[in-house]
Design a binder for this molecule. Sequence first.
Ligand code: NAP
Length: 315
Amino acid sequence: MNQLPIPFLAAPAYAHTDAWLQALQSAMPEEKIVAFAALSAAEKANCTVAIVANPEPADLRQLPQLQWVHSVWAGVERLVTDLADTGLTIVRLVDPQLATTMAEAVLTAVLYLHRDMPAYARQQQQQVWQARPYLPARQKTASLLGLGALGEAAAQRLRQNGFAVCGWSRRMKSISGIECFHGDAALTQMLGNTDLLVCLLPLTADTQGLINSALLAQLPPGAALINFGRGGIVDDSALLAALDSGHLSHAVLDVFQTEPLPDPAWQWRHPAVTVLPHCAAPTNRSTASAIVAANIRQFRRDGVLPASVDRVRGY
Ligand code: NAP
């Protein structure tokens, strides 16, 4: 048993601290995992690693020897901002189970749009009995913005389900069966041939507001958007204009600039929007805890830190 406990830090109102403490403790019985509030002054002075879920930056500043934090979430834009003035290494969650869950969510949303479910829901309200024209999946192109841990798994799942699939990343990629694009000029080329655009980008200085009127205008008329990345990547007024004009047929939105989505938000009531409550890919506490445990074990054993967030790139 390592004598120095590892603190778990979360936002004050976070409802699942006890569940995380239990899951993390059973994944690493050789460690003592405690809530931040349970640390003694001496433990605060000496601890080198912490596990975090949207922590209060002021709490982390009370740990002078801290070298790195392991987030239990995949998205780290808040940590990158909150810890900008520290030298702390940020490790985010990369979990194959999370990728599988996200791929399932992307496939669900793509099939929902591909098979015209929003239109059938509208027809039902008006008691209209009318089959709509059908195109096979192979004649539809689904394009991923972001081909990382989640984007690549989603791309492959869509490919397995018969769609033509493209993907866009910062650096060049080669993925069997997926037409890969990178860089600004290539994005234009990909968008022009896209029926279903799926955003799985991280929120960074470069991606903030990326899905704006200029980008949406490059999609063919009638294309649809699925945003499972972060709300800040979409320019909401550009999205509203594209939906109102009919250029964009529908948007499935799981993430928003303000969450929970406030009551006056137009997205709640727009007929061409499906609102989801940030539920596309919830972290699985059990598999995530096993991954955090393996990373901490390696650090204890030979001082090696897992792959970490690049502070300059922002992800
Ligand atoms: P990741 O492995 O870091 O992948 C990010 C991808 O985006 C990479 O392919 C990266 O390109 C690309 N990218 C980043 N900046 C770019 C830019 N400026 N131009 C072009 N491509 C860019 O992240 P991930 O694990 O797949 O997660 C993606 C995001 O999903 C997270 O950041 C989080 O916000 C979101 N998420 C949402 C949910 C939900 O429930 N809705 C759950 C989990 C995560 P390179 O490959 O070239 O680096």
